[in-house]
Every structure is written in structure tokens, then in C-alpha cells.
Ligand binder design. Structure first.
Ligand SMILES: [Zn+2]
Length: 220
């Protein structure tokens, strides 16, 4: 049982598919979750279908979407760092790691969740995961929280082996769907069909949405 969970991702909606069920399971039990979202995803290409945003309004709209998504899964401590989207890979890793370390020391989580550096496809994802690892390396082992990583590159299972943590989130699937759909500008036709597919117990959808999987990061 965790005492507190800290989630660190670069973009609004990074939490939706892979972690929102796990977050909701914790907040339902009264375990506080802090979500640090580094950017507002303002360089994203998706404006909604039909479009509900333009280049100028996108940051504010994604900010509101993120707040709604966080509310849907019971997050009370949402922190937007306001870094520039698609530039995290150019940020000084030491600076980013320092910011994360300060937050970790303040929040004192028993579990941290981020992207697996090198296996998360987008440069911002890998940079964020890398900086989280660098931050946590500075915490002496006895009081270092656990680190769960999300990975989804094509070679992740080949290189990392199978994930070692599987979490059944079927109990909170409605909250997960609400979180995904809150990111309206990012929701494709497929996602809009989700509630129906779930209601009809579409086996493919059930399989891919009701289990969340993580690799525990080994600092050795
Ligand atoms: Zn992302």
C-alpha cells in the first residue's frame, strides 16, 4: 500500500492511457496523487475533430482539459511547470532533475511514475524519464521511492523483458474513460467510440484498457 504517489510526465494526456486507472485506484483509497505535467502540449498538431482550438488558444484549452482530466481521476495536487513543449530534450538535464528532486523531497512519495528513458518513443518522454532517474539517483537508497516506468517503443519487451507490474483497473474504468475523453482536442473518432465499445464489452478494448503495466526501474 502506497502512502503517496507522484506522477511526472511532459504532456497533458500522457497520463490518460497508461496510468489514469492506476491513479484512480489510489485516489479512491484516499492515497494522494501529485501530478507534475511539464508542458501544456502547446506544439501539438491536434486541434480536435472538428477543430475546437487554434495555435493561439491551444495552450489555454489544453490546460483546461488537463484540469478536467485530473479531476476525473481524483488528483488534487496538479502542478503545471509551464516548460516549452517539444524542447525538453534541449533543457539542461541537471536543471530538470533538480526541479524534480525538489518536488520529490517536498511530496515524499512512496511511488514515482514516469516514462522509461530510451523506450518511450517521443524525445520529451525520454528526456523527462531520464531527468526523473537522475533526480532519484541522488536520493540515498534507503529512502528512495519505488519508480514505475511506462514504456511502449517497439523494442521495449525485447530489450527490457516483460513488465513486472500489472494493475487491473477494471474497477475504475469509467474514471479512466472520463480522463481520456477530457482531452477533447486529442480525442480521435476511435476514442469517442470508447464508452460504447466498453459498454458492449468489446474484447479488444477491454483487454487493452483494463490492464496497466509498468517496469520497475532498477537503479543498480
Ligand atoms: Zn506525450
Amino acid at each position: 500500500m502506497e502512502s503517496r504517489v507522484l506522477v511526472i510526465f511532459p504532456h497533458p494526456d500522457d497520463e490518460a492511457f497508461g496510468v489514469s486507472g492506476t491513479i484512480a485506484l489510489h485516489t479512491e483509497k484516499g492515497i494522494p496523487v501529485t501530478y507534475v505535467c511539464c508542458t501544456l502540449g502547446e506544439m501539438g498538431r491536434n486541434m480536435g475533430n472538428p477543430p475546437i482550438a487554434n495555435r493561439e488558444t491551444l495552450p489555454q484549452i489544453r490546460k483546461n482539459e488537463l484540469i478536467n482530466a485530473a479531476n476525473a481521476i481524483g488528483i488534487e495536487d496538479l502542478r503545471m511547470l509551464g516548460l516549452r513543449d517539444k524542447t525538453l530534450e534541449f533543457e539542461d538535464v541537471t536543471d530538470l532533475a533538480d526541479r524534480f528532486l525538489k518536488i520529490i523531497e517536498e511530496v515524499k512519495p512512496s511511488l514515482v511514475i514516469t516514462f522509461y528513458p530510451g523506450y518511450s518513443v517521443h524525445p520529451d518522454h525520454d528526456a523527462t524519464g531520464y531527468a526523473v532517474v537522475q533526480a532519484m539517483k541522488q536520493i540515498p537508497e534507503p529512502r528512495r521511492p519505488k519508480l514505475y516506468c511506462l514504456a511502449f517503443s517497439n523494442d521495449c519487451i525485447e530489450k527490457l523483458g516483460k513488465p513486472d507490474v500489472y494493475i487491473d483497473v477494471s474497477m475504475v474504468i469509467d474514471k479512466k474513460i472520463a480522463c481520456i475523453l477530457a482531452h477533447e482536442t486529442q480525442a480521435s473518432g476511435f476514442m469517442k467510440e470508447l464508452p460504447n465499445k466498453l459498454k458492449n464489452k468489446d474484447p479488444e478494448v477491454l483487454k487493452s484498457f483494463t490492464t496497466e503495466r509498468f517496469w520497475t526501474y532498477s537503479f543498480k
